[in-house]
Write a protein that binds this ligand. Sequence first.
Ligand code: ZN
Length: 275
Amino acid sequence: MNGVGPERLSLNTATVRAQWDLAQCIEGCARHGIGGISPWRDKLHEMGVEAAAKAIRAAGLRVSGLCRGGWFTSTGAVDKNVIEDNRRAVDEAAALEADCLVMVVGGLPEGSRDLPKAWALVEEGLEKTLDYARTQGVKIAIEPLHPMYAADRACVNTLGQALDICDRLGEGIGCAVDVYHVWWDPDLEAQLERAGMARIMAFHLCDWLVPTRDLLNDRGMMGDGVIDLPRLRALVEKNGFEGLNEVEIFSTENWWKRDGDDVLATMVERGRTVC
Ligand code: ZN
């Protein structure tokens, strides 16, 4: 079961966000034989959506996702600006022919302790975005984040919780399964079975370092931490996932300080040896 070839990997551009712009990421993927890319919207806007779509197609890369929409809770209401921004994200995902638009849904509104209200805002925002995404043929992928981010990034924190939302909202919405956020969950295996092919829309790879020195920006390269990556990959594949293995590493003190080609070469080597 061990081993993912580079053609089955995708580069989430956050992995080299400090070193490379999107054009360099696209060229880097081509140079290292990496099969796909997942741009962040800031890098995409820098390059321009049309130019990026053209360059990605020319390089023969699959777009495993667009990061990211969401942030439905920030102002305490799902207002016009939030919905407009999410619609733009849908349009960008359509232009890139992305496998999905990844959603980081937002945490508690500033100053609030009302978690049920935050959940309601998230569901309202997802529903409104989904209505539009369906008309554009774009799939929406909720990314449940580790519970440590419930206050400030995403109040959807388990795959089970995300799937409950999907069940209520219907077709065209599923989940981005990021090992960093879900590896600890004793219910993960059952929830992946419940999700199945229709709801598993993305699979994000990195590793959980011990100790973790920063809650956000100290993710490990695959193989440097404690996550049983072959087990998790086998589980998503057993349940029908056929997309790419997207490498997403935020790492201020390590991988963001290295040469971009060194990062991609390591990613390819670890894909083969530990994933
Ligand atoms: Zn992720």
